[in-house]
Design a protein around this ligand. Structure first.
Ligand SMILES: [Zn+2]
Length: 60
């Protein structure tokens, strides 16, 4: 079995794991009041940059 030649220091381990966390998605609030992700069409009203991009039926 392959065995590491040197012990991985706490510092090295920490550097390797620096990118292991899952990024929290940024939440912004649309003009319609719904929370949404920036630079994406709002899922509840279909508006992006003040324009209606997709047709959404709002449960009428
Ligand atoms: Zn919206």
């Amino acid at each position: 079995m392959a065995v590491p030649k040197k012990k991985t220091s706490k510092s090295r381990k920490g550097m390797r794991r620096a990118h292991d966390h899952v990024a929290k998605p940024t939440v912004i609030y649309c003009e319609c009041g719904e929370p949404t992700v920036p630079h994406r069409v709002c899922a509840s009203c279909g508006v992006y940059k003040g324009k209606q991009m997709i047709a959404v039926d709002n449960g009428e």
